[in-house]
Write a protein that binds this ligand. Structure first.
Ligand SMILES: [Zn+2]
Length: 490
């Protein structure tokens, strides 16, 4: 048995100003795809492990991924999809099925639901009887058409995402059993009318935790093959935006429908618990400064890098400076300032205009004077399971600047990165010589994803209702293409 694997993943924020172009994608082809993913915790690593576990040969096409950002350009979408399809066309007759890792919230210039279009094209090319199993991120905005065009869809069950490898393995198992005709997957699909704000996506906390637990329990029942919940991705203004429930049963449509109704009912029952009430940057900084146990980590939700925001918001930095906070650390994407620091050298005093450069949503550019403490190449290794499953990070050439640091512990440390870096790994800080536990206030630009990295080093975490491309309280009137009948919007 020979199984093709392909991965084309992007979470596209339609509120982000910068489109995602072909050059933004990292692409690994053939054996390089296997070498890249095998040592990670990504679902493709699960596919690869599945080859050994369930005894099939791999046909690696390509794996393409770009950091979440704006809508994917026509050129990028058509080029990458085209290459996957060309590869499959050439392999036709020699492959028995495909495992397809797609994010679920890709917006392409011509397709509001890019992943649905990809599956549609694969189905069209390979024919109605070719087994296709798809895996998705928990933040997918899933169209019914994708569920119809695939034999089964399996979605991560955790946020932060730490079960990707297991889901990949589960998908491989299900595909193999489908090819062998041991099972006949049928799917029930629901889209409950709740927006389910990202503030409530953590699968370890209510209201999502008990709903996800019900999905896990249901999956163990006889006749059920897979039960998934996608919480949705509210920063893509597309018709399919919002949560989805996918229940796959073995040949028994009724059983799948009943299960889907059960989970959808639980999600609907949580509808009055889904409006966030969170501090703004000024309140959050005040709270952090008066905390008795440190460090307190502020999650800059509006500038959620993993959600496609700019990574250069200054809205919290502005407050830290205004309120004269001490012992803070904030990482900001600003290649221009990094270059100025590199030119000036370690120990030099620099005057910089920092952040707020990507667009008009992420605060002002702030003038800062400070001492260049260190310079780094920005690479680090993450050996633990972390959101995204990647093992190696690269924040690009990076500088640490001491701001208002008259004596040790006073003022703060500004980490300047020349690549947009989502704070999935604490090594973004430790690799530049910062000991997080010794600081008072840490700022991480994310909402839920940085938890696995920051919980072990933080006395407390405060989610901050900051503005930006990932503003959690965006007015419904700013959505043009999304459905309007969400309970929270009435
Ligand atoms: Zn996600």
């Amino acid at each position: 048995m020979r199984i093709a694997i392909a991965s084309f993943t992007h979470e596209s924020n339609t509120f982000a100003a910068t489109p995602t172009a072909l050059k933004d994608f990292t692409i690994h082809r053939g054996q390089a795809m296997i070498d890249h993913f095998a040592p990670t915790f990504h679902e493709v690593a699960g596919y690869i492990a599945g080859a050994e576990e369930y005894d099939f040969d791999l046909h690696a096409t390509l794996g393409a991924n770009a950091t979440p950002s704006g809508t994917v350009t026509r050129e990028a979408y058509e080029t990458i999809t085209g290459e996957i399809l060309d590869n499959l066309r050439a392999a036709k007759g020699q492959i028995d099925g495909i495992l397809l890792a797609l994010h679920g919230a890709m917006v392409a210039e011509d397709y509001p639901q890019g992943d649905g279009e990809t599956v549609r094209r694969v189905r069209e090319l390979m024919g109605p009887d070719f087994p296709i199993v798809v895996t998705h991120d928990y933040h997918g905005n899933i169209p019914e058409q994708l569920v119809r065009d695939s034999n089964a869809l399996i979605i991560y069950k955790t946020t932060p995402h730490i079960d990707q490898r297991e889901r990949g393995l589960q998908a491989a198992d299900l595909l193999v059993r489908t090819i062998r005709k041991e099972v006949n997957p049928v799917t029930a699909f629901r889209k409950p009318k709740v927006l389910f704000n990202i503030a409530f996506h953590n699968t370890s906390l209510p209201p999502m935790q008990p709903i996800m637990q019900a999905a896990i329990d249901l999956e163990k029942e006889p006749g059920i093959l897979a039960v998934s919940i996608a919480a949705g991705y509210q920063y893509a203004d597309v018709p399919e935006m919002g949560p989805s429930i996918v229940v796959v049963a073995d040949g028994d449509q009724e059983l799948a429908e009943r299960g889907a109704d059960r989970i959808a009912g639980l999600m609907w029952a949580a509808r009055n618990e889904l409006t966030p009430n969170l501090p703004n940057p000024a309140e959050a900084v005040r709270k952090a400064m008066s905390a008795s146990a440190t460090p307190v980590t502020l999650f800059d939700a509006g500038d959620n890098v993993g959600g496609g925001a700019a990574a250069d918001s200054t809205l919290i930095l502005e407050e830290l400076l205004k309120q004269k906070a001490d012992g803070w650390v904030i990482a900001i994407y600003d290649p221009e300032s990094v270059e100025a620091c590199a030119k000036a050298g370690i120990g030099a005093t620099v005057s910089l205009n920092v952040g707020g450069k990507a667009d008009k949503f992420h605060g002002p550019t702030i003038p800062i004077t400070g001492r260049v403490r260190t310079l780094h190449d920005g690479t680090f290794e993450e050996t633990e399971r972390r959101h995204g499953g990647a093992r190696f990070g690269n924040a690009g050439l990076s500088a640490v600047v001491e701001v208002n640091r008259t004596t040790p512990g006073k003022g703060g440390l500004l980490v300047l990165n020349s690549r947009r870096t989502s704070p999935m790994s604490i090594h973004q800080l430790t690799s530049v010589g910062i000991v997080p536990q010794q600081q008072k206030i840490l700022v991480a630009k994310g909402t839920v994803a940085p938890r696995a990295a920051y919980e072990p080093v933080s006395a407390d975490i405060i989610l901050v209702d900051s503005g930006g491309a990932c503003d959690m309280n965006r007015d419904p009137s700013e959505f043009k293409r999304a459905r309007k009948d969400f309970y929270e919007w009435q």
